[in-house]
Structures are given as C-alpha cells and as structure tokens.
Design a binder for this molecule. Structure first.
Ligand code: GLN
Length: 543
C-alpha cells in the first residue's frame, strides 16, 4: 500500500515548493524507496496548454503527451522518473469529470457538492498515481498558497486522505517563507504561524515545516516555530537559498528528513546514497570557464517560460566542465535592421519553442547571423521552423518564404500544418503531443551526437517541414537528419556546410537530467565552447 506525502505552501508563492517536492523524492529514491509525484493545480483551466507563458511559465510535456505544470520538470529531473498525465490534476479536470458524470446521470437523485463529489474525484486522482506507478511513496504538491479560495477542495481532500488511508500512511509537509526585516536584522516567524493556523482550521496539522529563507536561520527561530506550530524541532527544517537548486536534496538529507520520513512510514529502506549527486553538485559549484549562449525568444522577460531549456543547457555545460552563461535576447530587438551587437557576444544561439508571429522576423535574423557567421545554432521546435524559413529565403532568393502559421499565402510555405491540423478550432490538447520515434540518418551530426539509430522524443506542435521543399532544400545543403519511421515527417534538420547548425521539431529539453544531459544539447555546447567571441581572437605574434 502506498504512503502519501502532501506538500502545501504558506505565506507566499514562488518559494520553491516544486523543488522541495522534487528534493524529497530524490532523498527517498536515494534510499531505494520507489517514488512518484503529482501536482494539484487549483486553477480552472483543464491544463496549462492554453495559457500564455507570461501567466504560467513553461508548459512541460510528459512522455504520454500531457501538457503540464513546469514543476513536473523538477520532479522528473531530480527523481529520474518519467511521469504521466495522471501527475498533474487541475480544478478544470476535476470539475469537468464530475459534471460529465452528472450529465450522464451517474449521481441520479443526488445533489452534487464539493464535499463529497469533488473531493472524491480529487482523491480518486491522487490514488490513481499510486496505482499507475506502483510507487512506495507518492508525493503530492498542492499548488498555490494555503488560504486561496480555489485551493480549499484540494486541502479538504488531502485532509480526508489521512482518515481514508490511515494516519501512519500520510504525512503533511508545509513549506513557508521567513521574511527578513532589514531594520532589525530579524527573521520573522509570524506569517508561518498564521499559515499553520490556517491549515489547522481546515484540520491539517503539519508534521514537518520547511522554512525557506534568503538568510541564515538562527536556531532560536527554529525553536520558536517548533513551539508555536507544535512540530518536533527536528522536523522544522531550514532551507536557506543556495547557489543551485540541485543542492536542496543534500540540505534536506543533512537535516535528516529522509530518516524522519522512512521512520514515520516504517519503510524498508537502504542507507542513503547521494554520493554521485553530491559530486555533481560540487562540480556545478566549482568555479570554471563559462560558455555564453544567446537564447533568442519572445518571452525572455519571464525566464520560467524556458525553464527546461535553461536546465538542459546547464546540464550540457557541466559535461564539458563549463558554466553556462545565458544571454536572454528578445527576438524583437533584431527585427527591422536593428543592430545585432548582442549576437556578436555569444558562442552559440538557441531559438526555443513558441507560438504566434510576434518576434519571428528577429528569430530569422538570429538564424541568418548563425548561418553566415558559422555560430553553433540549436533550434527547438519553432527554432527548427525558423531555421528552415531562413535557409529557404537564402536558397530561393526570396523574402516571401514563410510558415503558414505566420503567412497563409506565402509563395514558399516551407513550414505547413500537419495533416488535419489546419482546421482545428478547439485549442486545448489538440496539437501533436508526446513521444514519437525518430530515425537518425547515419553519418549526420545528429546521428553522431546521439550515437544510436533511433531516438524517442517529446513533441508539441501543429506545423511541420513541408515535404514539397525537401528536395530543393536538400540540393543546396540542408539535410533531413532525423525522420519519422515512415520517412514522412522531418524531425531533425541540419546544414551540411556549417560547423553546427542543427534543429529539431521536438523538445529535447524535457528529457535532459543533471546526471544525463541530452545528447543534442551536449553536442551543441561542445561546439559552442570552441567558438571564439568577436574580439576574443588571440592577436597574431609580431615577428
Ligand atoms: N508554433 C509552432 C507549431 O505549432 C511551434 C510550436 C513550438 O515551438 N512548440 O508548430
């Protein structure tokens, strides 16, 4: 029977609840306890797929094609598991299915209410993760902050779980924030006390409190929280902001959270084994040469929009013993002949995924810069489409080369809708989503980077390379280096006469892990580190 760890947040959002869940997963996994994780999102969208990246940050795609919260990315990267669509539940999903049952007449005669109908559906979905994964421990994060109106049914459901599953099988962890008052140089515990009171009002007494803070936490502060919130002192755990999020499991281990959970659940566990992770963190923190990558996108003001790309770059740089420095470049800056000085300062260019025509011309400029100056370029989904448009304009000597997403009557529609996608009216969950195989064409840069014949990669797109232009573009140096098993869909393109210009129609960033970087990212950073930034060339010896 599975055990459940429920993680709630107090005081403020964005204090790293997702990383805490991922880290708890990691410390349990390091004791050979099998773990799965789930995020409960109280908003009413069915999934974040229809939300603007400015609202929500990145949409993380699971292998089975669910568009999910970016916290699932943390869970996968830390715990090393591939999650499924069951791992992200929203109010939208819960209410849709309750109402669908009501319309079918499944509750005939009954009044449908938040308790028990909505809470039952939430609990069913929590248990489903335990059933699908077969994990010893399921860690469930409740999105938002205690006190939010829409979070109430979720808190009520997790409260009921203690009674349903048995007190020894459920643990509550509350993640709070300790504000620092500069005038008195003090960390304040009152907001934590208030949010624990709010939890208790609903009937949940936390077993563990993780105290996030940007400052060192004096022991007296832990004592105070322990006393006022009625939590064992060893279960009040300071989590002070560190250099890297990958340190958090080590921190929790230091405070013996792993032992605490294993003992509480009476789990059969091995000794903790975080040696490799610790080595990875030490390597990450050690000073080293940097490699500068320009990320040219349209949501760069909100870096969370590219979370997995950023992490994948960091993992890839680490294999080359480098530190990645990302220049966040708004693509609109390069439009309409604006100067490209910033591009001259990078060793590699990434154009990540995106939707809509804003900023596209700037991305095309960046791809042109990379092609002409032989700067390594990695295109991710939209980045592939941008690379093909740019190369098409060069090859056909025409500016009227485009994707039908941006120009429906372009003379050269080198990127066009996938079969059946053009007329799609319903926006949610209707793209080509999830894992598909990709055959790598021997003796290409892509095949050399992967070192295998077939890759399985995650997708999220409506448009694709238009095969009518495959032959003319191949004749002038573009190679389809990865294709679907039937050869019909171009999954990877690269340029023959360029040191490293490779793009993929899928999202490799979702599969990168700190201890196993994605081969395309690793190869890209390997090429970028050899690139000299303009002005950095060593001067010639004067004879
Ligand atoms: N807008 C493009 C498409 O739908 C690219 C999508 C993406 O980058 N994820 O195909």
């Amino acid at each position: 029977m599975a055990k459940y760890v429920f993680v709630t947040g107090g005081v403020v959002s964005s204090v790293g609840k997702g990383v805490s869940v991922a880290s708890i997963g990691k410390i349990l996994k390091s004791r050979s306890v099998s773990v799965s994780a789930q995020k409960l999102d109280p908003y009413l969208n069915v999934d974040p797929g229809t939300m603007s990246p400015y609202q929500h940050g990145e949409v993380f795609v699971t292998q089975d094609g669910a568009e999910t919260d970016l916290d699932l990315g943390h869970y996968e990267r830390f715990i090393g598991v591939d999650l499924t669509q069951a791992s992200n539940v929203t109010s939208g999903q819960v209410y849709s299915s309750v109402i669908a049952h009501e319309r079918k007449g499944d509750f005939l005669g009954g009044t449908i209410q938040v308790v028990p109908h909505v809470t039952n559906e939430i609990k069913r979905r929590i248990r489903q993760v335990a059933e699908i994964s077969g994990a010893d421990v399921v860690i469930v994060e409740v999105g938002g902050t205690v006190g939010d109106i829409e979070g109430q049914p979720f808190l009520e459901a997790i409260r009921q779980m203690r009674k349903d599953e048995g007190r020894d099988n459920v643990l509550y962890i509350h993640v709070t924030f300790l504000p620092h008052i500069a005038a008195t140089d003090e960390l304040k515990t009152k907001p934590t006390q208030h949010s624990v009171n709010e939890l208790r009002r609903i009937g949940i007494q936390p077993d563990v409190i993780l105290c996030r803070s940007d400052n060192e936490i004096p022991e007296g502060v832990q004592d105070k929280i322990s006393l006022f919130c009625d939590v064992d002192k060893e279960a009040v755990i300071p989590v002070v902001t560190g250099e890297t999020i990958y340190e958090v499991p080590l921190l929790l281990e230091e405070y013996k959270l792993g032992d605490f959970i294993v003992n509480r659940f009476e789990l059969k566990a091995k000794e903790s084994n975080l040696g490799d992770w610790r080595d990875m963190v030490n390597k990450l923190k050690a000073p080293k040469e940097s490699v500068t990558i320009g990320l040219v996108g349209k949501y760069v003001e909100l870096r969370d929009a590219y979370y997995s790309v950023r992490e994948a770059l960091c993992h890839a740089a680490l294999t080359h013993n480098r530190e990645v420095k990302i220049e966040w470049l708004s693509s609109e800056e390069f439009q309409d002949g604006h100067d490209n000085n910033k591009l001259r300062q990078v060793q590699g260019i990434i154009v990540p995924g995106g939707f809509g025509h804003r900023g596209i011309e700037g991305m095309i400029e960046a791809a042109k810069f990379a092609r002409e100056r032989e700067i390594p370029y990695l295109g991710l989904c939209l980045g592939l489409q941008v690379m093909v448009i740019e190369f098409g304009r060069h090859a056909f000597h025409s500016q009227d080369v485009n994707s039908t997403e941006f120009s429906s009557d372009t003379a050269y529609p080198v990127i066009d809708f996938l079969p059946g996608q053009q007329g799609v009216k319903q926006k949610g969950g209707t793209m080509r989503l999830g894992t598909y195989p990709c055959h790598l064409v021997p003796r290409t840069k892509a095949a050399r980077a992967y070192g295998c014949e077939i890759a399985y990669e995650r997708h999220r797109h409506r448009l694709e390379f238009n095969n009518s232009f495959r032959q003319p573009l191949e004749e002038v140096g573009m190679i389809a280096s990865g294709v679907s098993p039937d050869g019909e869909l171009v999954e990877i393109t690269e340029l023959r006469n360029h040191p490293w210009m490779v793009s993929c129609q899928f999202h490799p960033e979702f599969r990168s892990r700190p201890d196993s970087p994605h081969p395309l990212f690793a190869d890209f950073v390997g090429a970028a580190k050899e690139t000299l930034i303009e002005g950095a060339q060593p001067s010639l010896p004067i004879s």
